[in-house]
Every structure is written in structure tokens, then in C-alpha cells.
Design a binder for this molecule. Structure first.
Ligand code: FAD
Ligand code: DLZ
Ligand code: SF4
Length: 518
């Protein structure tokens, strides 16, 4: 069926509808009112998007394979799709170049596109109307649960923006897990119940991975040929690349993992790459799944008695709370958000972030999992690689490029606030009320990494002292002027005050040795 034309604007103009690689949703606003006989849907594989940072091979394969499958589905439904492959003759390698060529190829009068997820791409798009002589319409991305303007409205006039209050507002608006105007069960937040370490011998769910089909295998060959020097293993690829498989992945999570998600959300274990996590962010972020349906399926599992309230709330907080909050914050503060460096951190990223070649077992395990899967779960990202970067004072821009490159779900609108704000405190507290800085004891409590490590998580001095311990105290010393007045850092500084001058000098000396050696 051909949908009726929209509000009359652009009626009868030959329209190009450009769909980007993270817009693979049938509900995408750029397809609204598409005239399948007249309009052309453009999709383009371009090398610029694979190389603006050196993306993990699995991320490139995921996006290109999912684009090819999506284009095939659209064609099957009668859309006229102009699909440009990476190796097609004349491919300019850029969105703007492919737009220009397509406008000329099809005699286009009007361009419709949904706003992109990244500021960088929006800047490219803005000039397309003027450059091509066609009318340009940039539509809102309606796949999120909060609009950008809604977030601005909530944020305006507030001194500090805290996710918890935004999340409560979203709970009220959606009515999810609400009992009238009160939170179901009497509490907004079950975070405190969601921090258990894994009991010894606990059975972990077997995770559903997806065997590459012919299209994916062809793309994997292409990626190996064109981007063979990029980070990451490709042979272990197991991501869903179609809507059908993404829905299966979601159903598997809800059925097999959600009940344990809450309790063990913050746990880490050697050799257990996925634990009870959903693994849906790569699908969500390219549009194979939508936030609303993900939340609704989790809520339905709770209503059917399959998932406890703490697990359901814990999951809802991530998608309805954190994910939407990060996007709102990103658009509110771009283009300047990434330019602050509150802690004046400036060390280069150590080589082991790429090679996993370090004696610190927690870091080696996390980087190795990242290399094999283009995935690490939240606590590995925040409390292992992120925590080390924070404590060691690594240059935020270098760390951000790393996070953008190595994860299959990485797009700047969600990566940047998580890295710059949450992990590195480089925004000075716009996002988080205090730095997520932790010593080896936290890692020892939440994981089994320390058991097989040459370092001792209980020791603060000597050759085998855990580097996280020394760097933690040094972090407090180095940033005393900036952080002592933060009310949430009071306990940490009271503990630091128990050290005498000689102990402080010793920590500083040991920290310099560690930092010089990385
Ligand atoms: P689950 O643990 O199962 O959580 C469910 C869903 O909640 C996720 O799929 C995700 O959509 C959402 N979610 C959870 N935490 C966050 C969060 N902090 N921000 C936004 N959404 C969240 N997430 C990305 O999607 N892309 C990124 O590039 C990204 N970079 C990160 C960088 C750092 C330094 C940190 C600390 C976190 C980052 N995150 C990012 C957030 C989070 O780590 C991932 O969303 C999560 O690990 C994805 O795995 P999952 O689907 O199994 O998540
Ligand atoms: C990530 C990515 C990659 C690797 N390749 C492409 C591509 O060839 N074509 C495309 O349309 N999109 C790709 N993407 C996703 C884009 O980077 C993403 O759409 C923008 O960053 C906007 O968020
Ligand atoms: Fe990491 Fe320290 Fe534990 Fe080793 S001892 S795994 S470096 S926290």
C-alpha cells in the first residue's frame, strides 16, 4: 500500500529519502509519506564512516550487513532503493559526495532525511539544500522516548542535571512501574539491590548468538579486505543483523537473563563476557529495535510474574533513564561538550588499550573481551578501562576516540556523555555528582579478576601493590584543589587525611613509577 502524502509540503516533488546506517527502522520519520512509485530511498556505504575513527571490524560488518538486509526488505515491500556499495565504481567515500551523485542521477527536487545521531553529521547535512539546489527537510528522530525539546524544557532552570530526577519525570510521563502518582513498590530506584557479586558456582545463561548468513559473510570479507588493519577480531561475529533476529535476541534476554539482570548488573567474571546483560545496544542504536518496544517487553515480563521488580526497574532505568538522559545532554551541550578537561588530564592512551598486553588482569580481560566481541558490559567500561583512564589522567580526547572505535554500539551521542562525563569527569560534574574513582578493593569485591593477577588488591605499597590502589590515592592527592570541596568526596578526603606526609610522598613516588612505565 502506498501511504498517503503527508501535510502537502513537497507534494509532487521528486524526493530523495536518505537513510543512514543507524536509521534502520521501518518507523523512521524520513520514510513517512513516501511515495513508492515516485520517491527514491538512498542508502550508501561510505569509507569515511568506517575510518573517522578506526572502528572495530565487527562494528563495520554489523552496520553494513544490517544496511544490506534492510535495503533488501524495503525493496521487497516495493520501495525504490538506490543502494551504493562500498566498492561500487565512483563511490566518493562520503555522505555528501553520495548525496550529490544521487541528486544528479535521479533529478531530485527534494531531500528528506531524519536528523542524524551525531553533531558531526548534522553539520554535513545542513548545507545539502543549498549545495544541491533541492529542498531539504530534516525531520525529528521519533524513535526516542523523550524529545530533544522535551529534555531542554526539563533541563532549563535547573542548576544541575541529575539522571535520577529526569528518570522519575519519565516514569510519571509514561506511567511505567507506577501506582497512581507513586512508584510501584514504594521506591523509585532499586540500585542498592543491584550490586551483588556473583555467587560461586552460579549457573550463567547460555547466550544466543547469530551465525553469519551469506550477506554477512560477504560483508565480513569486504571488511577484512578494506579495513584489515582495524582493531578487533571478526571471526567471532555473532550480532543480529535483521529486525527478525534482533527481536529474537530481545526475547532471549527477557526469557533467560532478565530475572538475574538486577542482582548481578555490576558483577564481573573472567571468561564470562556477557553475564545477564541484554546485548541489545548494538541493535537499539542502529534501529533494529526501538526503546519503547524493549521497555514494553520487559514490563510485560514483570506483569506476568517472570521478572522481579528490582530487575525490571533496574533495566528500565538504563533504557528510559540513562539512554534518554545521555542523548538529551549531548544535544543540549554540543558542539562544546567534549572540549572541557576539568581534571587537566593529558597522558597519552597506553598501548595496552589496543593489545591487552598488561599484567593488570582486570584490564587485560576487559580489553581482550572488547577485541573478541566489540562489547564489554557497563561496569567493565566504567570501572575498569574508564576508572583506569580517570585515575591515570589519560587525555579525554584520546580515551573518547578509543571508546568510539572499539564498541559495536558506539555512536557519539551516547558514547561521549558516558566517557567524557560519567567515566572521566572531564565536564566537571555536569553529568555526575562525583568522579567514579575506585581502588582495587572495589574490583576485587565485584569480580574474580584479582585471583589470577600478579598484583595484590589489598596492598598499597611494594612491588606487588595493585596499581589501582596507588593511582586511586594519587588521584585524590593530584586533584585535591578541584575535588575536596565536593560534598560527595568528603569521605574519600577524610580517609586521605589519615595519611601522613611521608605516606603521601611515597604514594606520589610509586604513582610516578607506574605512570612512567605505561
Ligand atoms: P545492558 O546492561 O543490558 O543495559 C540495557 C540497555 O540500557 C543498553 O542496551 C543500553 O541501551 C541502555 N544503557 C545502559 N546503560 C547506559 C548508559 N550509561 N548510557 C546509555 N544507555 C545505557 N552505550 C552505548 O549504547 N553506546 C556507547 O557508545 C556507550 N559507551 C559507553 C562508554 C563508557 C565509558 C561507559 C561507562 C558506558 C558506555 N555505554 C555506551 C553505556 C553502557 O555501557 C552500554 O549501553 C551497555 O554496556 C550496552 O550493553 P547491553 O546492551 O548489554 O546493556
Ligand atoms: C558506523 C557506520 C559505518 C561504519 N558505515 C556506514 C556507512 O557506510 N553508511 C552509513 O550510512 N552509515 C554508516 N555508519 C553509521 C553512521 O556513522 C551514522 O549514521 C552516523 O554516525 C550518524 O549517527
Ligand atoms: Fe586489577 Fe589490581 Fe585486581 Fe590486578 S589486583 S586485577 S590490577 S584490581
Amino acid at each position: 500500500m502506498i501511504p498517503a502524502p503527508g501535510n502537502g509540503e513537497g507534494l509532487n516533488l521528486k524526493t530523495l529519502r536518505f537513510i543512514l546506517g543507524d536509521q534502520l527502522s521501518r518507523s523512521i520519520s524520513s520514510l513517512e509519506a513516501c511515495d513508492r512509485d515516485r520517491d527514491i530511498v538512498l542508502m550508501a556505504e561510505v569509507s569515511d564512516e568506517a575510518t573517522y575513527v578506526c572502528h572495530h571490524k565487527q562494528k563495520i560488518a554489523l552496520v553494513l550487513s544490517a544496511m544490506r538486509h534492510f535495503a533488501g526488505e524495503l525493496e521487497g515491500d516495493g520501495f525504490q532503493v538506490d543502494y551504493v556499495r562500498l566498492n561500487d565504481k565512483g563511490n566518493t567515500g562520503s555522505f555528501s559526495g553520495e548525496l550529490e551523485r544521487a541528486v544528479a542521477r535521479h533529478d531530485i527536487e527534494r531531500i528528506v532525511i531524519t536528523e542524524p545521531g551525531e553533531w558531526r553529521v548534522l553539520e554535513l547535512i545542513k548545507v545539502w539544500g543549498e549545495d544541491s539546489g533541492a529542498e531539504l527537510e530534516i525531520k525529528d528522530d521519533t524513535r526516542f522516548l523523550a524529545t530533544r525539546s522535551g529534555f531542554q524544557e526539563w533541563a532549563s532552570g535547573r542548576k544541575s542535571l541529575r539522571m535520577e530526577f529526569f528518570y522519575r519525570e519519565m516514569r510519571r510521563k509514561t506511567g511505567w512501574l507506577m501506582d497512581g502518582d507513586k512508584p510501584l513498590g514504594g521506591r523509585w530506584n532499586y540500585d542498592a539491590d543491584n550490586r551483588k557479586s556473583l555467587p560461586r558456582g552460579i549457573a550463567l545463561p547460555e547466550r544466543r548468538r547469530f551465525e553469519p548468513d551469506d550477506i554477512t559473510r560477504e560483508v565480513m570479507d569486504l571488511v577484512e579486505t578494506r579495513f584489515g588493519n582495524h582493531f578487533g577480531e571478526l571471526g567471532t561475529f555473532g550480532w543480529p543483523v535483521t529486525r527478525h533476529d534482533a527481536l529474537e535476541a530481545l526475547a532471549h534476554f527477557v526469557e533467560d537473563c532478565l530475572p538475574g539482570f538486577g542482582d548481578y548488573q555490576d558483577a564481573m567474571k573472567s571468561g564470562a563476557d556477557f553475564l545477564f546483560h541484554s546485548l541489545i545496544s548494538p541493535c537499539l542504536n542502529i534501529g533494529l529495535l526501538e526503546a519503547r518496544e524493549v521497555c514494553e517487553s520487559v514490563l510485560a515480563a514483570h506483569e506476568e510474574g517472570h521478572a522481579p521488580l528490582a530487575a525490571t526497574e533496574g533495566f528500565l532505568r538504563q533504557v528510559l533513564g540513562w539512554r534518554e538522559f545521555m542523548r538529551g545532554l549531548y544535544w543540549m551541550h554540543m558542539p562544546d561538550y567534549g572540549s572541557s578537561n576539568f581534571l587537566e588530564a593529558d597522558r597519552p592512551l597506553p598501548e595496552f588499550y589496543w593489545t591487552a598486553d598488561t599484567l593488570m588482569n582486570c584490564l587485560a580481560q576487559t580489553v581482550d573481551a572488547t577485541r573478541r566481541n566489540a562489547y564489554a558490559h557497563h561496569i567493565q567500561r566504567l570501572m575498569i578501562t574508564g576508572n583506569f583512564a580517570l585515575l591515570a589522567g589519560l587525555d579525554p580526547a584520546e580515551v573518547e576516540d578509543w571508546y568510539l572505535a572499539v564498541y559495536a554500539d558506539a555512536y557519539e551521542w551516547v558514547e561521549l556523555p558516558n566517557t567524557h562525563g560519567m567515566a572521566l569527569f572531564a565536564d566537571g560534574g555536569l553529568l555526575a555528582s562525583k568522579p567514579y574513582a575506585a581502588s582495587g578493593s572495589y574490583i576485587n569485591r565485584m569480580s574474580d579478576y584479582c585471583t589470577d593477577c600478579v598484583y595484590d588488591p589489598k596492598s598499597r605499597s611494594g612491588d606487588n601493590a595493585c596499581p589501582f590502589n596507588i593511582l586511586y590515592w594519587y588521584f585524590l592527592i593530584r586533584n585535591e584543589e578541584r575535588l575536596r570541596s565536593n560534598p560527595r568526596m568528603g569521605l574519600s578526603y577524610r580517609n586521605l587525611d589519615r595519611l601522613d606526609q611521608e605516606q603521601r610522598r611515597q604514594i606520589t613516588r610509586q604513582a610516578s613509577t607506574i605512570l612512567d612505565s605505561i
